[in-house]
Write a protein that binds this ligand. Structure first.
Ligand code: GLA
Length: 395
């Protein structure tokens, strides 16, 4: 399997300015938000007639539809595409620990501030990504302090708390919620333990660092929705093994420790052979813990069965056949039919990018708009499912 981080698509961020408007949506429960959006459950026919166009219009009253991007350098047509299709935007890179806080005494606000302002000006919500992660995190967090001594648990905690309070505090009321912890679980475990990654924060502070991160984020913005986010955590759900079983152990512990956690993000970096029975079972398992579920980074490769990206040295994007596009469309249709069946549990479905050009997996054509921003067959298939024009396909 190709490493997930061979081509991390390190898009650098910048531009725009800061705003001071209130974020619509707050931390209303997804159920309440649905009511507010749609009044009472409309018939699919009625909904189709009233709905705005675009992806978000097809899922009004079901769940938010999102995309990821940093907006820097986006063309007018790309920005128009975002306005037409998405309720909410996740900054792909510019709010990650390293880009936003490159050194202890320096934050880099330009790109995230500009993104938040543009979203507010255009009535698009923002989802914060991410506060605690093993990747794209400055090494300075773990360097000796002013006394030159190796970093202590106390110093590591002080640095992390300061980071979370500053970043979450800056966007308080303007960001709907946060991926507080990203990817804390290792791959290939049996599922008998939490199988946490042996990463810097864990080594410096211990397993309670995850709960602390949730508590600090809540302190900084008590109304923000706070999620645990990871990839592959659906895997093993039907048999309750592997990474899914580990995620259930971890989430139960976080809840028991009093972490203010509201939901789980299943990243959804999938391919045509992804096991949909596992996806469905994972959604119901998380809902049984009283948590909301979102699909936080959806993309489905049209070629290659891995959860990461093809490396650059494998060359340019291969032309994609009509048959492959059709298979991808069918898979997306099944996925969205599944999401629709579980719309009570699902708060949001976010695509990880707006087009195959703006994708960390661009060589595998994973999104619903092509590199020229033209809709692919998957786009129409997803609209049809949302608007009830096709029978819901069972996995
Ligand atoms: C993970 C992260 C994302 C992004 C992708 C690759 O899924 O959560 O922020 O880095 O990897 O783009």
């Amino acid at each position: 399997m190709v490493s997930r981080y061979l081509v991390p698509g390190l898009i650098v961020c910048t531009i725009f300015v800061v705003p001071a408007l209130g974020q619509k949506g707050g931390n209303a429960t997804p159920a309440a938000a649905k009511k507010a959006d749609s009044g009472q459950a409309p018939s699919e026919q009625g909904q189709a007639a009233k709905a705005p166009k675009g992806l978000k219009g097809a899922y009004v009253g079901k769940f938010l539809i999102g995309a990821a991007g940093d907006l820097r350098g986006y063309s007018d047509s790309e920005l128009a595409n975002i306005k037409a299709n998405y309720d909410i935007l996740t900054p792909e890179n510019c709010m990650k620990p390293q880009p936003i806080h490159p050194s202890e005494d320096r934050y880099s606000w330009r790109t995230p501030d500009a993104l938040v302002k543009w979203c507010q000006d255009n009535d698009i919500k923002v989802w914060g990504h991410t506060l605690l992660w093993h990747a794209q995190t400055g090494r300075w967090f773990f360097r000796p302090g002013a006394d030159g001594q190796p970093v202590t648990r106390e110093l590591a905690m002080a640095r992390l708390k300061d980071h979370i309070m500053t970043v979450v505090g800056r966007y308080k009321g303007r960001v709907l919620g946060w991926d507080v912890v990203n990817e804390a679980i290792s791959d290939r475990g049996s599922g008998k333990t939490e199988n946490l990654r042996n990463f810097g924060w864990y080594r410096q502070i211990g397993p309670d660092v995850l709960t602390l991160a949730f508590k600090w984020a809540h302190e900084a913005d008590p109304k923000a929705e706070l999620y645990y986010n990871d990839y592959g955590i659906e895997s093993g759900a039907v048999k309750n093994t592997g990474k899914h079983a580990s995620s259930m152990l971890l989430l139960k512990r976080l809840i028991a420790e009093g972490a203010p956690i509201h939901g789980v993000g299943i990243q959804g970096h999938w391919h045509l052979d992804t096991n949909l029975a596992d996806v469905e079972k994972a959604i119901t398992n998380y809902a049984s813990l009283g948590l909301k579920v979102c699909i936080s980074e959806l993309d489905v490769t049209a070629s290659g069965s891995n959860t990461g990206a093809f490396p650059r040295r494998w060359g340019r994007r291969a032309p994609i056949s009509a048959e492959a596009l059709e298979k991808q469309a069918q898979f997306y249709a099944k996925l969205f039919a599944l999401f629709k069946r579980h719309s009570d549990a699902i708060s949001r479905v976010t695509f990880w990018g707006i087009s195959d050009r703006r994708s960390w997996r661009s060589r595998q054509s994973p999104l619903v708009f092509d590199a020229q921003l033209e809709p692919k067959p998957a786009y129409q298939a997803i609209l049809d499912v949302g608007l009830g024009k096709k029978k819901s396909a069972k996995p």
